[in-house]
Design a protein around this ligand. Structure first.
Ligand code: ATP
Ligand code: ZN
Length: 976
């Protein structure tokens, strides 16, 4: 250590710090990664004790590395090129090497560049204090000069060059045999460059400044001149992200014709010698950056459309790629630019091998420019761009301007660009890229062909990560990759970066490793904690919370994860439960009303805690306190979730329920393993699902919450087009309230089941009432042939009001077609009729009168040709007319009249198909009690008298999906 300590550097502290900071901050803008690429400054210890204000101390590791890498340098350049272009698995090999460097904690890219500054003359004396001193001083000087030079250059060149990597597919390597030669040569030339980021002009300026100021060594001056005089075409340093800027000079200096692709002797040498070294990928997302449309993930439509456009030459002047970050917009823009200029005759574009493709992917293309809108802040720059756009392409078919972050363009920039579109520059294509389409001016959007880049699906990301792991030889488990994908919020780049980081640990990529990396805990661990807290297990809650916050997770993060988890459960998106504890938890809480309430309560506590934590010093304690409050729920949450009816309903999506149902071996209905669970349990879950969906169809909130809380669907029997649903309630009061909503419930169930529904109410979990309101009996349907369908073991209520959908049953032989199409279904009831929403007076009980009934039956039979069985069944109060036709309505009408005037029936309900016309209905004969149509609640809410004439427009305009409307008629007052 002593031999390399404290070498003063005659650079002002603040300035040097700024430069070093700048070096540090020079991360790959495309990847925004990563601290692992440590800069040289990471290995320096700053002191301020020296006379000139700053002392630099070179750490041992950095020094060691300087020596080691310096010695490797020549070989490395060659190897680098061979690795990239010759090795069968070049991508992997080169990347592994770079990873290895990173794992050692050494500073790969820029340190190498530092070596190059002093490579020859300083190599031998590198281990002496003097060499350290001068090399560091040189580094500092270079950095200072770089910044100046860069500034100047920025003024002159407002454009950036794309920083593409060369195609590195195996096939490409085979087809480009001479490439490595070029690279080696080029790299060797590059090694003379004085700074990691120095372009030719910079080098020139450094050289001249040095000679003027007397700084620097003879070597440096010479070298700078060498650089300027040489065919400099980039920094040429492995890992150098800043290669792009180096190419500018190359272009601006050589405005002459481009070198031919083939030399006179027919080899590719001339071309190859002109292609600069391209960077070795520094991270997975660079390495696996797609270079053809087929490599794009989750962008089939976009890729197909752009490919077609490039193949057919149907090219728009302006494209807009918009979508979230890391979804492939820039990559696609580059591919599209290459496809537009690719000279291959193949359908598959870009080919990746032709001159244009190679130049473009090497970042050398003069005709494809990638610009950052943030830097086009002055109109002058935009004008320069437009001037450049107006010139014919240098060598390609199209001049392509890829403008990233285009939402940062000023209005006047937009209008200048849009105006230029009117000019007949058919060779210019703009590809505007943004992640924030909302902030673009409206007019600009209308000029573009728009392509949306959606978030990439988790499954696609997982697939991609798997491929990368396999190619990189990384061990992984599927859950780990799934978790990475889920955490990356649809951004493939984010997930690749995370994988990159994990790969450096050299361990198998598992979910727990991912949790460790991101400082989170798994859903199963969270659920376990939540379960303890919700069940008021104080001791274990405290213990577990302490364990987690002591090692795995920050208290604020825990609160946020818990809140997210609860929200996922409430929205039906929590599917990652793996352990039995978690499955059981979801079974108990996710599907029960009380469970849901408890979770909501917990969420509320967490949100309050979160606020509190921001100002608290003792966060872990407050999080524990919050957890202990989970169990003390509000007064209405007294029942335990598993004590509640299994029919309680949640806001869960069907998909989720079926997923939970199918994805686990756990039966939600009975809280047991499916192996112990009989078919009955699963049927029960289905019923719950139907019931839940039916409730979802109700519009009335109070009805919804009442049915959700108190009701459940106990069975559904489906016969042809009719479904008979049994709905149970736990209390007689609830039952009678539900009966009033019968129509509504039927309607809702019809929506879900897609056929006519008849409801039977039943009382459960309490003694069946002895009164006449509830009877267990067999129920008969009668069609027009008088055939009787027995539905055994069904419950029918005595308040079986007139609304009864009928089944379309086999018509009787000899009937006319209209009669066959509209069979009457009559049903027997044994006591007073009730109409939903009727006033009490409408509930007056009519005494059953046997003889009257017989008369009526006879009348009925004569009028409607009903078969005899009807007469034995007692009083009618309901006629169902599924398909009312004018010709049969007169019959029905007579029957109605008789029923009503005789007092045998109080209310008649007709269910009428929407296509029926109203005009033949007798307005005067009856009061229309109400018209019911979807939604039923509207009707029951407005059940004050409404004449059908005032509502018929509504009635007929609403073509209700369940197939029929309902008209209820009541006898005129005088006849009652
Ligand atoms: N759809 C995709 N198919 C294949 N790789 C992708 C895709 N999207 C992103 N990637 C990966 O992510 C990296 C970054 O992608 P790219 O820069 O094209 O995204 P972007 O949408 O332009 O992001 P930003 O808006 O932040 O610039 C690529 O190098 C590639 O590895
Ligand atoms: Zn090509």
């Amino acid at each position: 250590m002593t031999d390399m300590r404290r070498h003063s550097v005659d650079v002002p502290l603040s300035r040097t710090l700024v430069q070093l900071k700048r070096v540090r901050s020079l991360q790959d803008p495309a990847t925004n990664s990563m601290s692992k690429y440590a800069s040289p400054s990471d290995h320096m210890i700053w002191e301020t004790a020296s006379s000139n204000g700053v002392t630099l101390e070179l750490g041992r590791s950095a020094h060691h590395q300087l020596v080691e890498e310096d010695e490797d340098l020549g070989a490395e350049a060659t190897m680098g090129s061979e690795r990239s272009f010759r090795a069968p698995n070049a991508r992997t090999a080169s990347y592994r090497k770079s990873s290895a460097v990173k794992i050692r904690g050494l500073n790969p890219p820029r340190t190498k560049q530092v070596h190059r500054v002093r490579q020859d003359s300083h190599r031998k004396s590198l281990d002496s204090n003097h060499s350290n001193h001068s090399s560091i001083r040189q580094l500092a000087n270079n950095m200072v000069n770089n910044v100046d030079a860069e500034k100047e250059e920025e003024e002159v060149n407002s454009y950036e060059r794309p920083n593409f990597a060369l195609p590195d597919k195996d096939e490409e390597e085979v087809k480009m045999p001479g490439y490595s030669k070029f690279r080696t040569k080029s790299s060797a030339a590059m090694s003379l460059v004085g700074s990691p980021c120095m372009s030719a002009s910079e080098a020139r300026s450094v050289a001249s400044r040095r000679s003027t100021l007397g700084h620097g060594t003879e070597d440096t001056r010479l070298r700078s001149n060498d650089v300027v005089g040489s065919n400099f075409s980039g920094c040429g340093i492995s890992y150098c992200w800043s290669g792009a800027s180096k190419y500018r000079e190359l272009y601006s200096d050589s405005d002459g014709p481009e070198q031919p692709l083939l030399s006179t002797d027919g080899t590719e040498a001339a071309f190859q010698s002109n292609v600069p070294y391209t960077e070795t990928p520094r991270c997975l997302s660079q390495k696996f950056r797609p270079r053809s449309f087929s490599e794009l993930i989750g962008l089939n439509v976009v890729a197909q459309s752009l490919l077609y456009s490039s193949c057919k030459g149907k090219v728009a002047p302006m494209y807009l790629f918009h979508g979230p970050r890391g979804t492939g917009k820039t990559s696609t823009a580059r591919i599209f630019a290459a496809a537009l200029n690719c000279v291959s005759l193949e359908e598959q574009r870009p080919c990746g091998f032709c001159k244009e493709c190679v130049i473009l992917f090497s970042g050398k293309s003069r005709d494809v420019k990638e610009l950052d809108a943030a830097k086009m802040d002055r109109l002058g720059r935009v004008k320069a761009l437009l001037k450049s756009a107006s010139l014919v392409p240098y060598s390609s078919r199209f001049k392509v301007f890829i403008i990233d972050e285009c939402h940062l363009l000023q209005e006047d920039a937009w209008s200048a660009i849009l105006k230029s579109l009117d000019e007949p520059y058919r060779h210019t294509v703009y590809i505007m890229i943004t992640s924030d389409i909302e902030s673009l001016p409206r007019t600009s959007i209308t000029h573009c062909q728009k392509f949306h880049f959606p978030k990439i699906k988790v499954a696609d990301i997982v697939y991609r990560l798997e491929r990368i792991c396999i190619e990189e030889g990384l061990e992984f488990d599927h859950d780990g990759l799934y978790f990475i994908a889920a955490k990356s919020n649809g951004s493939l780049r984010d997930s690749e970066i995370m994988l990159d980081q994990l790969s450096l640990l050299g361990k198998k990529i598992t979910i727990s490793l991912v949790h460790e990396l991101v400082g989170s805990v798994s859903d199963d661990e969270l659920i376990e904690l939540l379960d303890l807290a919700l069940s008021s297990d104080t001791t274990n809650t405290v213990r577990r919370a302490r364990e987690l916050m002591g090692s795995a997770i920050d208290p604020l993060q825990l609160v946020s994860q818990l809140a997210n988890l609860i929200m996922d459960i409430l929205s039906g998106r929590c599917q990652s439960a793996v352990t039995e504890v978690s499955k059981s938890f979801l079974g108990r809480y996710a599907l029960s009303e009380v469970g849901i309430k408890k979770l909501r309560h917990a969420l509320k506590i967490l949100s309050e805690t979160e606020k509190q934590l921001r100002t608290s010093r003792n966060q872990a304690t407050w999080v524990t306190v919050a957890l202990l409050q989970f169990g003390t729920t509000e007064s209405n949450l007294v029942a335990e979730p598993n004590e509640t009816h299994a029919h309680s309903v949640t806001g869960y999506t069907d998909d989720w329920v079926s997923k939970v149902h199918s994805s686990s071996n756990f039966c939600q209905a009975c809280n047991s393993n499916k192996s112990n669970c009989s078919e009955r349990h699963c049927r029960r879950l289905k019923l719950e699902n139907i019931w839940r969906r039916a409730i979802g169809k109700c519009r009335s909130r109070s009805a919804k919450s009442f049915l959700r809380k108190e009701g459940f669907l106990s069975s559904v029997h489906v016969t042809e087009e009719l479904a008979i649903a049994e709905v149970g309630f736990g209390h007689p009061d609830h039952l009678s309230r539900a009966e009033k909503m019968q129509c509504l419930i039927e309607c809702a169930l019809q929506h879900v089941l897609g056929c006519n529904v008849e409801i039977r109410f039943k009382l459960v979990s309490c003694p069946v009432r002895k009164d006449a309101r509830l009877k267990r009996q067999s129920f008969s349907f009668l069609n027009c042939s008088g055939r009787k369908q027995e539905l055994s073991d069904s419950v029918v209520t005595d308040e079986d009001e007139a609304v009864r959908p009928g089944a379309r049953e086999t018509p009787l032989k000899g009937y006319t077609s209209s009669q066959q199409e509209s069979p009457y279904v009559m049903q027997r009831v044994d006591s007073k009729p009730t109409v939903h929403g009727c006033e009490d007076d409408a509930r007056s009980t009519l005494t059953s009168n046997r003889s009257m009934t017989d008369d009526l039956t006879r009348t009925c039979r004569s009028e409607t040709n009903y078969s005899k069985g009807v007469s034995e069944q007692g009083r009618f109060d309901s006629i169902h007319e599924p398909d009312l036709q004018p010709n049969c309505f007169s019959r029905t009408l007579k029957l109605q009249k008789k029923l009503l005037s005789s007092g045998a029936a109080h209310t008649i309900c007709l269910r009428i198909q929407p296509h029926n016309k109203m005009d033949f209905l007798p307005k005067k004969e009856f009061d229309t009690y109400f018209c019911a149509y979807e939604p039923y609640e509207q009707c029951s809410r407005s059940n004050s008298r409404a004449t059908y004439s005032s509502r018929d427009d509504d009635l007929w305009s609403k073509n209700s999906r369940f197939g029929s409307n309902l008209l209820c008629w009541r006898a005129p007052k005088q006849s009652m």
